[in-house]
Design a protein around this ligand. Structure first.
Ligand SMILES: O=C(O)CCC(=O)C(=O)O
Ligand SMILES: [Fe+2]
Length: 293
């Protein structure tokens, strides 16, 4: 097996025949997660920059995560917590006017059940995509983040503008380090529900277009090359940290527009854990200034 992420994700490692084979596969394919990623799945990831796996978590596990993340959100609102390990909680309102945590970081550091779930052997093939030295980054960057999007008048976060998750590294003037963002989805989402839009293959770009292709977080414009990722509760998605994506606003309003996801990075390179003394990173200050989403 390949030993590092740069090799696995590099489309240059594929032959023309491999690439032609991938181009035959529909972009909305829902793959099955097994003990090992198949060569086709690895090639699809290298060419397109993402994979969608059909229902990797059971309905009991989906229920457990929703109740654990609700418990944490309630606790943080009751305790008036604003920042966790240097990362701000994003708090908006729900359709009844109550506080709604729309983005909460580091969930597994406060929930043993979620921590155990994240380390289940079924996720090992994803970790091993980059070789045995790769790790789940749930104590680094923003940890395991849980998101709640809702479309209501004056809402804080009905959508999220175009971005790549490697933005943080770009601030330091370097190409982002290898990163795979692994997501779980908790609602039945079709195109009219908004949801994840991504541009297949856009991870295979240079530093320049990663910096300037679109206005980070400000642009919400539909792209002719974008695809919609439709999901069912328990689906797992993975995408390269360099892939351009956004979250579109739902056509519905109020509770029917609720969309919940969670994301955690898988990383290689130096281990950089966060704790309660961690400083707020510059990109989160900027995020507040430009009112991302
Ligand atoms: O909710 C999603 O599907 C994507 C969220 C996202 O792209 C992000 O938080 O960086
Ligand atoms: Fe993202």
């Amino acid at each position: 097996m390949e030993s590092n992420m740069a090799t696995v994700m590099d489309v240059k490692r594929l032959t023309e025949k491999d690439i032609d084979e991938v181009k035959e596969i529909p972009l909305d394919t829902r793959f099955k997660l097994e003990n090992e990623l198949t060569p086709i799945q690895k090639n699809f990831l290298a060419v397109n920059g993402y994979l969608v796996f059909d229902q990797v978590a059971s309905s009991e596990e989906v229920g457990m995560i929703l109740s654990e993340t609700d418990r944490l959100a309630k606790r943080w609102i009751d305790e008036k917590t604003e920042v966790i390990n240097g990362i701000p909680l994003m708090v908006g309102v729900d359709p009844e006017g109550k506080k709604l945590v729309q983005r909460q970081p580091f969930n597994t550091m406060f929930s043993d059940k979620m921590k155990e779930f994240l380390r289940d052997t079924r996720f090992e093939p994803i970790r091993r995509i980059f070789g045995d030295e790769a790790r789940v980054g749930d104590e680094e960057k923003d940890g395991l983040v849980f998101n709640r999007y809702i479309n209501i008048e004056g809402g804080r976060r009905p959508q999220l503008g175009w971005h790549t998750d490697g933005l943080r590294d770009l601030f330091y003037g370097r190409m982002p380090g290898p990163m795979l963002n692994v997501g779980m989805h908790f609602d039945e989402i079709t195109k009219e529900d908004g949801g994840l839009r991504l541009i297949p293959g856009s991870h295979n770009q240079g530093f320049f277009s990663m910096c300037f292709k679109k206005a980070y977080f400000i642009s919400h414009k539909e792209d002719p090359k974008e695809i919609t990722v439709e999901t069912k509760p328990g689906d797992l998605t993975i995408h390269d940290g360099r892939l351009w994506h956004r979250v579109a606003r739902s056509n519905k309003t109020g509770w029917p527009s609720l969309r919940r996801t969670m994301f955690v990075p898988y990383l290689t390179g130096p281990y950089e854990p966060k704790n309660e003394n961690s400083k707020m990173p510059f990109y989160h200050k900027l995020d507040k200034l430009i009112k991302a989403g």
